[in-house]
Design a protein around this ligand. Structure first.
Ligand code: LP5
Ligand code: MN
Length: 244
């Protein structure tokens, strides 16, 4: 059966080899049979530049390169942890980097795909942080710093973020419904797929006589989260970390 796979928010790091193993199994045994694989951001816990060639990153890059060399197209949308993944990474792995907001034809259904952070407008502190770190000049300056310093800054940001998140309500950290509708209307589509909020769910609603659907991918923390879409629709599934 033809099918396309979507994943997001794996937050891969050497400190969680259970997640890494599950991901590598997924790539070798499942993704290989798909029409395409879409990674909707936050593949890595933090990405500080394409020149970070640690053995861990090399292993992940090899998994993508193997998949694309075998003819499975891989598309990637940046998340808030790995927005510095660049052209060099894309060249080395054969993946295609997509715009932060992209419309695809999913077996005849126009579908809007994104990481999901731009939907969280109630989180004003995050949106201000995002505007800062998305400035091109600041990114260029950051990328000129020595790797060890970049890693240290990223760790500080991660700690600052974890700390800030403890003070935020769950409503603030979820999507803003009006923004979901606004982005769908702007793109003139009724289906959306995203990650970021770590609240896996298939939302369905009706507005002005039209049916809408928003699928939220889960994060890979206690288990993997994989969306399998085919001509008949989409199925949000989980993958066990301990399956060998
Ligand atoms: O990521 P997560 O799930 O914890 O929370 C996100 C938002 N947080 C972030 C920050 C990232 O986690 C940090 C990633 C580092 C990337 C690599 C470095 C690249 C640097 C490039 C520089 C040009 O995105 C969080 C949201 C949450 O999602 C839910 O939507 O709430 O937003 C924040 O936490 C933002 C805070 O509210 C304010 C910022 C705190 C950061 C403190 C920075 C201190 C850095 C000092 C450096 C010298
Ligand atoms: Mn995210």
């Amino acid at each position: 059966m033809p099918h396309t796979l979507f994943i997001a928010d794996l937050h891969l790091s050497p400190s969680r080899l259970d997640i890494t193993d599950c991901f590598l199994r997924f790539m070798a045994r499942e993704a290989i049979h798909a029409d395409a694989l879409y990674v909707l951001g936050d593949l890595f816990e933090a990405w500080v530049g394409d020149d970070d060639h640690s053995p861990f990153h090399q292993q992940i890059k090899t998994a993508f390169a193997t998949l694309t060399q075998q003819g499975v197209p891989v598309y990637f949308i940046h998340g808030n942890r790995d927005f510095l993944i660049g052209k060099r990474f894309a060249r080395q792995t054969g993946i295609t980097l997509l715009d932060e907001h992209t419309c695809i034809d999913l077996y005849g259904t126009p579908t809007f795909i994104l990481h999901g952070d731009t939907l969280c407008l109630a989180d004003a502190d995050y949106q201000a942080f995002r505007r800062k770190v998305h400035q091109r000049w600041l990114q260029q300056v950051f990328l000129c710093l020595p790797l060890v310093l970049r890693r240290r800054i990223a760790a500080k940001m991660r700690a600052g973020s974890a700390n800030a998140n403890q003070q935020k309500s769950s409503t603030i950290m979820d999507v803003t419904p009006q923004e979901v509708q606004r982005q769908l209307d702007k793109a003139d589509v009724r289906h959306m797929i995203h990650g970021h909020t770590h609240r896996p769910h298939v939302h369905q609603w009706r507005d002005q006589g039209h049916d809408y659907q928003r699928i939220v991918l889960g994060d890979w923390y206690q288990h993997g989260s994989v969306l399998v879409c085919g001509p008949q629709g989409c199925d949000l599934q989980t993958r066990d970390f301990s399956n060998s």
